[in-house]
Write a protein that binds this ligand. Structure first.
Ligand code: HPA
Length: 267
């Protein structure tokens, strides 16, 4: 951890971002808006995940975004790649270690509402961990008992909603349900998810949100809707569709994040 922190601080050369953004499937193009981008492959940062999912590059990009210094993590490790829910722990600890105080998580997700179709963006207000996994299993200290009553910071959520309003985007709000993947859900699981209170389903984000809270970071998360969930249209789900559709909502989310970061988010 210390080695990765020291290496990153050295590479950043005085840039001291307090905000980091994790880019989900198909959202990697956000890094194109980072000015004077410094790109560091995860392979050069000890402990950072080596992701194997297509649509995830696996590099840290640092620079100025909308006038604020930011770090973007292009590529995340998913639980379904290896069964390790804590795979992002070193990366998140390193971010906290270099002074990041706010983590914005993004993902591609399936929608449970016909009125929230592909291309929509949903602000995650809360989550349901349906995976049975938790990144803090095995953590030996009492720090593991993290309260998740307000996982997604209320002030940050309000700031994101206000930014969306300023750019004229209708931002949906809802509950994200984490399924382990890598299979997509069955129609019966989607009916269950709806009964249980979910608005969108996906295979990521929840472990990082838990880890970020564990590290004392403020968290916000947004889903880019790439499809209506299984059984809602009759069409089969596919990762191709996720990758094809993510840039549409991704461009909308990029507008919101640019607006959000115009005003410096203080720690
Ligand atoms: N289910 C789970 N994960 C997803 C989906 C989905 O329908 N779409 C994009 N990621």
């Amino acid at each position: 951890m210390k080695e990765a922190v020291d290496r990153l601080v050295e590479r950043l050369g005085g840039l001291a971002p307090t905000v980091a953004v994790v880019l989900g499937s198909g959202l990697g193009s956000l890094v194109e808006d980072v000015e004077n981008a410094l790109r560091i492959p995860y392979a050069e940062l000890p402990g950072f995940p080596q992701s194997g999912v297509t649509g995830h590059a696996g590099e840290l990009v640092a620079g100025m975004f909308s006038g604020s210094p930011v770090i973007m993590l292009a590529g995340r490790s998913h639980y379904y790649e290896h069964g390790n829910a804590a795979a992002m722990r070193p990366a998140i600890e390193v971010l906290a270690g270099i002074g990041v105080t706010t983590l914005i998580l993004t993902n591609a997700a399936g929608s449970l509402h016909a009125e929230m179709p592909a291309g929509s963006v949903m602000l995650i207000e809360d989550h349901i961990n349906f995976s049975g996994a938790n990144p803090l299993i095995g953590e030996a200290s009492d720090r593991r008992f993290v309260g998740l009553t307000e996982t997604y910071d209320a002030d940050l959520r309000a700031a994101i909603l206000a930014a969306a309003e300023r750019v004229g985007l209708r931002l949906h709000r809802g509950v994200y349900m984490w399924f382990s993947g890598p299979t997509f859900e069955t129609p019966a699981e989607i009916r269950m998810a709806r009964i249980l209170g979910a608005d969108a389903v996906g295979m990521s984000t929840v472990p990082e949100a838990i880890l970020a809270r564990f590290c004392g970071l403020k968290v916000a998360a947004c889903s880019v809707i790439t499809n209506l969930a299984a059984g809602m249209t009759g069409a089969e789900m596919s990762h191709e569709e996720t990758k094809d559709m993510a840039p549409i909502g991704g461009a909308r989310l990029a507008m919101v994040l640019k607006e959000l970061l115009k005003a410096r988010l203080d720690g």
